[in-house]
Design a protein around this ligand. Structure first.
Ligand SMILES: *Cc1c(COP(=O)(O)O)cnc(C)c1O
Length: 372
């Protein structure tokens, strides 16, 4: 990625530079603010799921803002965190690992490991005094994307795993991941109640309960009220576990970073009901294949002034020669949209830089950091 800095205003930068390629704008103040919001209001420890945006600048800023632990899923993510935030603790919450990956985790001093099957517990070898978080899966409620189909033990399997962890001298915890962009607290509540029941049946007292990520970013109106979700999580855990409830941990990815980046794309051609952009699902908008289109965008004329007026729904294509390269939903854009206009997509920090490819010679390569 090419890095530049600019004082605050993306519209002015676009008017001055007239980029023909996609550009990310990174606002470190928005990242700090969101991290502080999580730290202040989440009723437990906040960790960051590195996969959502592994830019070293993001990891470094979060560590500086007090993030003391990171959720990593691979040796490369461990190396990254170790190089940027050497004092951070690592939670290795990818429950299926090769032998070499287990060795890498031990070498990096991972403090918490998730598991969802006996074979993976066996693979860890001696677990004395290691935190082992048994990952539960339930049928999905309220997520836009189903994570439960790949990882996670059923309640019966989870109960057996918890007993095994306790019998082998590990520190028993539980974890789950409710999905992503979950707008309803019910997604967490169902899991918290189920974890309490599993622990009770296993006769094991949990040290910690990691409620995963899945917190919603502001992609459509209204802006999600994270504090309400946090309060419901706290209440539900207190009710489900009673006295001696486990300490809570969360591992947000999307909701932590989404707002800190905007993606500026340009209309290459406007043709009837269709718009061809200079980036699409193989680049910074790769998530738009699976999630609903975000309503949060601003259209700018090439001189940086806003293009307003009546909106019409249009089909949006990306730049590559692959016919899959179109957004799954139509997008409401000004009727007066013209070739050469910029579309500034807000809340583009999650699963964007991380997933962008260079397929067909396209894809965002520039990040402009906004200075305040
Ligand atoms: C992806 C992932 C997260 C982060 O999810 P978001 O929806 O981005 O908050 C957290 N925990 C686990 C185990 C994950 O796989």
């Amino acid at each position: 990625m090419l890095r530049e800095t600019f004082r605050i205003d993306p519209a002015r930068w676009l008017a001055r530079e007239a980029p023909d390629e996609p550009v990310f704008f990174y606002d470190p103040v928005r990242l700090d603010r969101q991290a502080a919001r999580f730290h202040r209001h989440f009723p437990g420890e906040v960790t960051y799921a590195v996969k959502a945006n592994p830019d070293p600048v993001v990891i470094e800023a979060l560590a500086r803002g007090g993030m003391a632990a990171f959720d990593v899923a691979s040796p490369e993510e461990m190396e990254l965190v170790a190089s940027v935030a050497p004092h951070a603790r690592l939670h290795y919450h990818n429950p299926v690992r090769s032998q070499a990956e287990v060795r890498a985790g031990r070498r990096h001093g991972v403090v918490s490991w998730s598991i969802d099957r006996m074979g993976e517990l066996d693979k860890l070898g001696p677990i004395h005094d290691m935190e082992i978080a048994v990952r539960l899966k339930l049928p999905v409620v309220g997520a836009v994307y189903d994570f439960g189909t790949k990882f996670g033990a059923s309640p019966e399997q989870a109960e057996a795993l918890l007993r095994a962890v306790a019998a082998r001298g590990g520190i028993p915890s539980m974890t789950f991941h409710p999905g992503t962009q979950c707008r309803e607290a019910a997604a967490w509540e169902a899991y918290i109640a189920a974890c309490a029941e599993v622990a009770r049946r296993a006769g094991v007292t949990l040290a910690r309960l990691n409620v995963g990520g899945g917190f919603p970013a502001y992609r459509e109106e209204p802006s999600p009220d994270l504090e309400v979700i946090f309060a419901r999580i706290a209440d539900c855990a207190a009710r489900a576990f009673g006295p001696g409830a486990p300490r809570l941990v969360c591992e947000p990815g999307r909701a932590m970073v989404a707002e800190a980046f905007e993606l500026a794309l340009r209309a290459k051609a406007v043709s009837g009901g269709a718009v061809f952009l200079n980036d699409g699902i193989y680049g910074g908008l790769s998530e738009w294949r699976d999630l609903q289109a975000s309503q949060r965008l601003t259209v700018l004329r090439p001189d940086g002034t806003p293009r307003g007026g009546r909106l019409v729904e249009r089909e949006v294509f990306g730049p590559t020669c692959d016919s899959l390269d179109r957004l799954s939903d139509k997008v409401a854009l000004p009727e007066a949209l013209e070739e050469g206009d910029y579309i500034l997509f807000h809340a583009c920090g999650a699963y964007s830089t991380a997933l962008a490819t260079r397929f067909n010679g396209y894809g965002a390569r520039r990040i402009v950091t906004l200075l305040h």
